[in-house]
Design a protein around this ligand. Structure first.
Ligand code: NAP
Length: 362
């Protein structure tokens, strides 16, 4: 990787033509899995077992497939993963009662409701209002405030999202949504392996797609870090801690911007504005939304779209410094990030328990 850094330095100085580094999500996810498995096994040795309970909707084939993939990964890591299928026609009360059972079960350390992605289900749900239906389910997952223990392993419950917005999620023992965690891990890896001077906190960052799965929470989190710097507790790694310190002292103009359809349309109209951003993270599901002629040379492009990418890959090659492919980029990193969330929730609840025990012994 060292030669690549030097090569990129020359490229950055405009001395030679260059190539784009293509991220390998399968490889990084495997490396992370090895470390995570060690952690899980160390819990097993103490008689502590993480267990995730998943709920999915059987009519949505993609949800069934993702549930199977997540179960497989979890079990390879030593995390138990139980899944229960519901139908879109099942009553909200029935599903909520099952979530409450899981909340009360001490052997369950994390709960995930697989969000259906297919637009055709939007009006099929009881009541015909997808957003309301989704919120009525996901808001029942236990958080420390509601149940004394946090089981929101996917970081999608309204209470978790509110804490991310307020910048208090770490103090409240919560986790970021898995896809947001995946994107941050990829950026951290770029810094570690390619450019030690890179930090997303000192760059102009554009996030396209403003859903709860990625765009909004990632935007809030980065904005909080950029604004509050080191006053935000940094419990997620040395590289990020360094980046936060740099953000405070850097003269470089940093910014994070979140756009949907209209906002992107406005930026594209002023072509140059889109090229102002060094980091672009796109999560819309619109095939080939971004072409090479829209993005800046030396940009860092993260494509969250699935099953087809948002970024027109061929036209960005040899222009961007770094690009994540679809498939094999963000996808595998999201699965492993969910597992990392499961282990973090367990760690947090053990710390909480320890604090309570110490408190009662005082
Ligand atoms: N790789 C992974 O691990 C992973 C994880 C989660 C999701 N995904 C993928 O990410 C994509 C988005 O999923 P989602 O659940 O977030 O979808 P969603 O809830 O439907 O949200 C889509 C977002 O994209 C924006 N958008 C749509 N068309 C656009 C356009 N032409 N220009 C600019 N913005 C546009 C929408 O803007 P408005 O707000 O203006 O409507 C909306 O904010 C899907 O392809 C999904 O499969 C992948």
């Amino acid at each position: 990787m060292r030669w690549l850094c030097n090569f990129r330095y020359l490229v950055g100085k405009g001395k030679i033509d260059f190539m784009t580094l293509i991220f390998n999500g399968e490889q990084l996810a495997k490396q992370k899995a090895l470390k995570l498995k060690q952690k899980v096994l160390s819990y097993h040795a103490k008689g502590i077992y993480p267990k995730v309970a998943a709920i999915f909707f059987r009519e949505d084939a993609a949800s069934a497939l993702y549930t199977t993939l997540k179960k497989q990964t979890a079990e390879e890591l030593g995390i138990a993963y139980q899944a229960k299928a519901f139908s879109f026609t099942d009553s909200v009360e029935e599903i909520q009662a099952y979530i409450e059972e899981l909340n009360a079960d001490p052997s369950i350390t994390g709960i995930i409701i697989q969000k259906p992605w297919t637009r055709k289900w939007l009006e099929v749900v009881p009541g015909g209002d997808f957003a309301k239906w989704w919120s009525s389910l996901v808001s029942h997952i236990a958080t420390r405030e509601s149940h004394g223990v946090n089981k929101d392993v996917d970081g999608l419950a309204p209470a978790t999202l509110a804490a991310i917005k307020a910048g208090t999620w770490m103090q409240q023992s919560m986790v970021l949504p898995a896809t947001a965690r995946a994107v941050l891990s990829i950026l951290k890896d770029y810094r570690a392996k390619v450019d030690p001077n890179f930090s997303y906190l000192t760059e102009k960052v554009l996030i396209i797609g403003q859903s709860d799965l990625l765009g909004r929470p990632l935007y809030w989190h980065i904005k909080n870090l950029m604004q509050k710097g080191a006053s935000v507790p940094v419990a997620f790694g040395e590289a990020c801690q360094i980046a936060v310190e740099e953000a405070q002292t850097s003269d470089k103009k940093c910014e994070v911007k979140l756009v949907g359809k209209q906002g992107l349309g406005e930026l594209i109209e002023q072509k140059k504005s889109l090229r102002d951003f060094r980091v672009i993270i796109s999560a819309t599901g619109q095939k080939n939304l971004l072409h090479g002629d829209l993005v800046a040379a030396h940009s860092i492009l993260i494509d969250v779209g699935e099953p087809q990418g948002d970024i027109d890959f061929p036209s960005c090659l040899n222009k961007a410094d770094f690009i994540t492919p679809v498939p094999g980029g963000v996808g595998p990193m999201t699965v492993i990030s969910l597992m990392a969330n499961a282990v973090d929730l367990l760690k947090n609840s053990l710390l909480e328990l320890k604090k309570q025990t110490e408190g009662s012994n005082d």
